[in-house]
Design a protein around this ligand. Structure first.
Ligand SMILES: C[S@@+](CC[C@H](N)C(=O)[O-])C[C@H]1O[C@@H](n2cnc3c(N)ncnc32)[C@H](O)[C@@H]1O
Length: 294
């Protein structure tokens, strides 16, 4: 099917407005996104190795799942501050902390790349997939570096290269049988902005971090999380993931054809756990000059 008659699709997973529509979308579907990210989040928390009494920042905390986990790890004498640019997500995260009786977690709505905190000296800057969306990542990491104190360290995860992440790339390939998708800019803010280990290392070094380590994580992404049936996964792919975005404004017949093809692809990857696709992420740790790393 030719795409020449139709408007060009938006860049895939780039140029998203996390302070607005994208934040609200993530908020609506946060339980499913969190279920997908839980295994990599657990590996990142392990890497962070929080200790009792530590003060931790959770950057791009989303709906707060990792903030609450960190708060439990640092115990009552520790503190965690979740920072996110989406007010919808910050509200959800704060409500969850309250519902769970967690009093050592706070939340702040703001852009972590420019935010000035009244109190700094944090022990750990943590993030589960929340640091790849900065327009100027070097300026952002320089700013976040100022939030850390003596002995401060960093632990975050970010996606590896698209070809190693078929949970996105193979789904995109199915859609692109029907319409030309724009070639993503590998440097643009988006999930794969830190895929290039050399570029990310350079950003961290220039921002003043040392002892930078990248550990590859290989595993599965279960689309929409475990336990969904095929219709639920298709609904997730369309409404929460990017499939619906690229179909926006397209003729009904084309949309139906794409969705039928996507459904068939998802069916071919269905296991007893759900629709499972390979994924690769980097687990990144670093310290600050003259300070110890994670
Ligand atoms: C992929 S989501 C991950 C959310 C959460 N860490 C999780 O794992 O569930 C990325 C998060 O980064 C946040 N974000 C994007 N740009 C940001 C910025 N400049 N400052 C703070 N948060 C930002 C988004 O609002 C979103 O919550």
């Amino acid at each position: 099917m030719s795409s020449t008659l139709h408007s060009a699709p938006k860049p895939l997973l780039q140029g998203q407005d996390w302070s607005g529509a994208m934040g609200e979308k993530w908020n609506h579907w946060h339980q499913r996104f969190e279920a997908m990210l839980a295994p990599i989040g657990a590996a990142t928390l392990e890497l962070a190795a929080c200790r009792n009494g530590e003060r931790v920042l959770d950057i791009g905390c989303g709906a707060g799942a990792t903030t609450l986990a960190l708060a439990r790890q640092v115990g009552p004498s520790g503190q965690v501050l979740g920072v996110d640019i989406s007010s919808a997500l910050v509200q959800t995260a704060a409500a969850r902390a309250e519902q769970n009786g967690i009093i050592n977690a706070g939340f702040l709505c703001g852009d972590a790349s420019i935010l000035k905190l009244p109190h700094t000296g944090y022990d750990l800057l943590f993030s589960r997939f929340g640091v790849m969306f900065f327009n100027d990542p070097l300026a952002a990491f320089r700013n976040m570096r100022l939030m850390l104190g003596e002995g401060g360290r960093v632990a975050f995860c970010c996606w590896g290269p698209p070809p190693e992440n078929p949970w996105v790339s193979s789904l995109a390939a199915v859609v692109s049988r029907h319409m030309a998708l724009p070639v993503p800019d590998p440097l643009a803010p988006g999930p794969f902005a830190f895929a290039d280990q050399i570029r990310t290392r350079t950003i961290l070094e220039q921002a003043g971090f040392t002892r930078i380590q990248f550990t590859p994580w290989h595993g599965k992404q279960i689309l929409g999380g475990p336990g969904l049936d095929l219709d639920e996964v298709l609904q997730f792919a369309e409404k929460a993931f990017f499939v619906g975005d690229v179909l926006e404004g397209k003729p009904e017949q084309l949309c139906q054809q794409v969705l039928a093809d996507v459904r068939e692809f998802l069916r071919s990857r269905q296991t007893k756990h759900g629709v499972e696709l390979d994924a690769m992420a980097w687990l990144v740790s670093a310290g600050c000059a003259g300070k110890s790393s994670a």
